[in-house]
Ligand binder design. Sequence first.
Ligand SMILES: Nc1ncnc2c1ncn2[C@@H]1O[C@H](COP(=O)(O)OP(=O)(O)O)[C@@H](O)[C@H]1O
Ligand SMILES: Cc1ncsc1CCOP(=O)(O)O
Ligand SMILES: [Mg+2]
Length: 276
Amino acid sequence: MEIRTFAELLNRVREMRPLVHHITNTVTINDCANITLHTGGAPVMAHAPEEVEEMVGLASSLVLNIGMLTSSQVAAMLLAGKQANRRGIPVVLDPVGAGATHFRTESVRRILEEVQVTIVKGNAAEIATLAGERAEVRGVDAGEVAADPIQAAQTLARQLSTVVVVTGKTDIITDGTRTACVDNGHHMMGCITGTGCMGASVLGCFAPVADDPWIAAVAAVTAYTIAGEIGGEIGGESADGPGSFKWRFFDAMAGLNAEKIAEKAKIRQVAPSPNL
Ligand SMILES: Nc1ncnc2c1ncn2[C@@H]1O[C@H](COP(=O)(O)OP(=O)(O)O)[C@@H](O)[C@H]1O
Ligand SMILES: Cc1ncsc1CCOP(=O)(O)O
Ligand SMILES: [Mg+2]
């Protein structure tokens, strides 16, 4: 696959300006709205069960993030997700903290049973939990995970017929058959809250502009992590600290273009695991 195919999808996002409907947590909600704008989409946050179906009616994609889940939000996510499926618009799910509590794990399983999700994106522990592997989830952070993340992601992708993204120093994107590893990013991305949630918003911007959700997901992850890389480096030096990194990261996302992505992308395609 040509790097330019992935790089140029950013232009399509900016031409289309997709409306990305989020049902998400209030820790990172403002950052998710901003990164959506900087990527080239238009954010809307709406979680009342009374209005979510109508809002999905206007949207180009739906992002479900369980970071501060309540029973009312689960109901809203099911209504919104089913409406998105009826309309044929992509659904991105961020299973924040799945594995940490029974409520989160069971709610994610219910959403995945009742809604056809297009892209599931989580850290290694969240994805391992959903793939049925043992993993330590420390609140919203990944703890120790015994399972191989590529294999866990491929298994889950096949089980759900979805694209799975595993985040970390290297990001993994698979549909169970094709698997890419993206080695872009910056360690400062792990030093501020919300880089996982914002990644789901960027996936929500890219998913409606490509017919193939795996291509959309590889393009989104590559663009996003390159913005992190540019934000984290000042003249070859690391950013001063998390505060300045955050605003440089936002500036880098807004200033990103296909040429910079093509120049910096570190995408490797890997063969399917033999024992799947
Ligand atoms: N050490 C790192 N080096 C490079 N990129 C990283 C690193 N840690 C996290 N990232 C990036 O930060 C984003 C969030 O990843 P992660 O920290 O795994 O998610 P979460 O916050 O949901 O646990 C991803 O896009 C990932 O590529
Ligand atoms: C700290 C926290 N608590 C509930 S949601 C949330 C934000 C998690 O954000 P991310 O997964 O992007 O680090
Ligand atoms: Mg997260």
